[in-house]
Design a protein around this ligand. Structure first.
Ligand code: TXA
Ligand code: MG
Length: 357
């Protein structure tokens, strides 16, 4: 593992990492969203090693990372005006654009699709690595498939030590949820995965934005699979997560009741909550972890995956996670929580729950 100053990284170290990429090796590196597991995006064999290291299903395509908007032209057939406008507004940043791919992009990257996802990350280490590699860098999140995405180099090591050549440690990532994946081949463009750029922000540029069906975005496919990654269980710690959605007071009451029931059954229960509700669980739940503040959902996004991972070391039998409002970044946060829960979702209602506690 190589430690770098995120603001002024040692370029000589990054050049060594770039050589590893050019030689067909795997380098984990920080982006503003999560750590990526990078390989030469034009080499089928290098990309094949990504799938092997992660245990990733072959039919889940990878995102190509570029160092400048111009470099996107190396991997996509054309950049239509709307895509150009989005690049100008959101790149570098957490937005992946899905566009028809050039034939040079190996089928292994696109998992056989005619399109490829491309993005320019907002992180100096990442941009230097990509530029020094001289190739588009294919990079999924640097976790074992199905686990919460890594937001620190330690998470990468925990999942992938011994399976990859190098980890560039640039400290914790800032956004904390992955990029928004936007299909530019449909009209209006369609959000396939909610992420760091919100639907509201996209609407400011596009006017109209479609969102892959709520059920699909929440849990996986209900029909054809526009974004293969959405059909797999994801983001899950080893400890089962139960998501409790609804109005804040009802959620807290319901979680307290569920914790009591678990205690009665001889189990230990953890709670993942907000700064605003933390005090309600003190003395009730066995472990209480605060993901962030409801007043600023960027704090929740930033801490979400790290917090989920921490519960695995707490020795609890179950984690009850509070839901958040769906507006803005809340959409991406709720998408990750729903999928981390694997469908264990309780809808708390004021009427049925308010009298209980
Ligand atoms: O923020 C991010 O996007 C991070 C960092 C490392 O850049 N990367 C990331 O990659 O989250 P990954 O592989 O974990 O997730 C990529 C998602 C998957 O859901 C995949 O199915 C979808 O993007 N995807 C990639 N290419 C696609 C394509 N051509 N069409 C539809 N969906 C695509
Ligand atoms: Mg991933």
């Amino acid at each position: 593992m190589i430690r770098l100053d995120p603001g002024r990284p040692d370029v000589a170290e990054i050049r060594r990492a770039a050589e590893v990429i050019r030689a067909g090796g795997l380098v984990a590196f920080p982006t503003e969203t999560v750590y990526g597991l990078g390989a030469d995006g034009l080499s089928a064999s290098a990309v094949g090693r990504i799938f092997a290291a992660k245990g990733r299903p072959q039919d889940n395509p990878l995102i190509l990372h570029v160092a400048t908007p111009e470099d996107a032209h190396r991997v996509v057939l054309g950049v239509p005006p709307l895509a150009q406008a989005l690049m100008e507004r959101f790149w570098p940043g957490p937005l992946t654009l899905v566009l028809p791919k050039r034939p040079e992009v190996p089928d292994e990257v696109s998992a056989g699709l005619a399109t490829v996802g491309v993005r320019m990350p907002d992180n100096t280490i990442a941009l230097t690595l990509i530029a020094e590699s001289g190739v588009p860098v294919a990079a999924p999140s640097a976790n074992v498939s199905g686990r919460p995405s890594p937001t620190s180099a330690d998470h990468v090591i925990a999942d992938l030590a011994g399976k990859i050549e190098m980890v560039l440690d640039g400290g914790p990532t800032t956004v904390g949820v992955e990029s928004t994946v936007l299909d530019m081949t449909s009209s209006p463009p369609k959000v396939l995965r909610p992420g760091g750029v919100t639907v509201e922000e996209l609407e400011q540029v596009l006017g109209d934005v479609a969102v892959a069906s709520a059920d699909f975005v929440a849990m996986g496919p209900v029909g054809p699979v526009p974004s293969p990654g959405m059909k797999y269980t994801h983001y899950a710690p080893k400890t089962p997560v139960v998501l409790v959605e609804g109005e804040m007071g009802a959620v807290a009451n319901r979680i307290l009741r569920e914790v009591q029931a678990r205690h009665a059954a001889g189990e230990r229960a953890g709670v993942m909550c907000s700064r605003e509700t933390e005090a309600l669980y003190a003395g009730h739940a066995d472990v209480v972890r605060v993901a962030g503040s409801r007043q600023d959902l960027s704090t929740v996004a930033a801490a979400l995956f790290a917090t989920l991972r921490l519960f695995d070391t707490d020795g609890v039998d179950v984690v009850f996670a509070e839901g958040f409002d769906q507006a803005g970044l809340g959409f991406a946060i709720m998408n990750r929580l729903r999928r981390a829960s694997g469908g264990r979702i309780i809808h708390a209602h004021v009427e049925s729950d308010v009298d209980v506690i």
